[in-house]
Design a protein around this ligand. Structure first.
Ligand code: SAM
Length: 329
């Protein structure tokens, strides 16, 4: 959705832009190619380095990179000497590069180690399936995979691992096909369980929620936030965050309590205004060229000069903190 992302960023000379999901550098390259725009790119995956080097060779002066999760964008910006930004873009999810490498363990279509970590530390998917309880696994599959047969999937894993630990994508995919597969047509029976494990080991939804709150603090008034999400769990978080920010209730001030006629206009405290009411979808041509883009949804908003609104941490009942699992490995 590059043309739509560039339009939503509305780049101007002098802008400081953060691309929180550098990947193969497609968005970053197009952004930094704009005259006078400075770019700070982030990614948690060290494998993006060759693409970073390629961009650095051409745009050394205006391009910076930090190997860090995008929830840490404020620290990265500060270390780069920026106190604010005029634009922040996140193209969340995994890259084709990550899916296509069997040894990263993201795909049930390719046999490889059951890893799924975008970064290089923390618990892997194999740690999760071999160490967590049936209840915990079931909560992960239900919350992050929207898998209706979450309990059945978890029970099958517990039974299988009593024989031998599950260590490969092939073994887990085959187990899910056997357990959940009767009569499947549209999607592989392991799809939701794989998605759930990937979201869990990378704390993807927590990362997103913290990044949205960080972007609210970091963007200057008039700064633009542009998010491309790939599944409904992510898009829901973005939509809800922006909706609460754009439709913040008016707050009465000491001088003009709520209830007076002009209170709403005078004290309206939305920290973002939405660019368009609905999410944008990719066009037919993009979907034809890249079927994986089918489910992409772009949402954009402009920061106002209102103060940051308080944000709540995301809590999913029954899902253990990653730190708890980390302590077990
Ligand atoms: C869909 S790709 C981005 C593709 C990129 N827009 C391009 O044009 O090449 C997503 C990238 O974001 C990275 N990523 C995902 N979650 C992240 C996070 N929480 N922090 C930093 N990087 C993250 C992944 O490692 C991956 O490289």
């Amino acid at each position: 959705m590059l043309p739509e992302v560039l339009a939503a960023l509305d780049l101007q000379p002098g802008n400081r832009i953060i691309d929180g999901t550098f990947g193969a550098g497609g968005y970053s390259r197009a952004i930094v190619a704009h005259d006078g725009v400075s770019l700070l790119a982030l990614d948690r995956d060290p494998n993006v380095q060759p693409h970073v080097d390629a961009l650095r060779a051409n745009f050394d002066q205006r391009f910076g990179f930090a190997l860090t999760p995008f929830s840490q964008m404020e620290d990265a910006a500060k270390a780069h000497g920026w106190a604010g930004a005029e634009g922040i873009v996140l193209d969340i999810g995994i890259s084709s590069m990550q899916i296509d490498q069997a040894e990263r363990g993201f795909s049930f279509m390719r046999d490889g180690p059951l890893d799924m970590r975008m970064g290089s530390h923390g618990p892997s998917a194999a740690d999760a399936v071999n160490l967590l309880s049936a209840e915990e696994l079931s909560a992960i599959f239900y919350n992050f995979g929207e898998e209706r047969a979450a309990r059945r999937a978890a029970a099958a894993i517990i039974e299988a691992r009593a024989e031998a630990p599950l260590t490969t994508t092939g073994a887990l995919a085959a187990l899910m096909a056997k357990t959940l597969g009767a009569g499947w047509q549209k999607i592989h029976p392991a799809t939701r369980v794989f998605q759930a494990l990937r979201i869990y080991v990378n704390d993807e939804l927590g990362e997103l929620a913290r990044a949205l709150a960080a972007a609210e603090r970091l963007l200057v008034p008039g700064g633009r936030l542009v998010i491309v999400a790939f599944h409904s769990l992510e898009d829901r978080i973005v939509k809800q965050f922006l909706r609460t920010r754009a439709e913040a209730p008016s707050q009465g001030s000491r001088h003009r309590p709520i209830g007076q006629e002009d209170a709403r206009a005078a004290d309206f405290s939305s920290s973002f205004s939405l660019v368009g009411r609905r999410a944008q979808k990719p066009g037919e041509a993009e979907i034809k060229a890249n079927p994986r883009a089918r489910s992409a949804r772009l949402r954009a908003a402009v920061r106002t000069d209102a103060p940051v609104l308080p944000s709540e941490p995301l809590i999913f009942r029954g899902v253990p903190q990653l730190k708890q699992l980390e302590a077990q490995i």
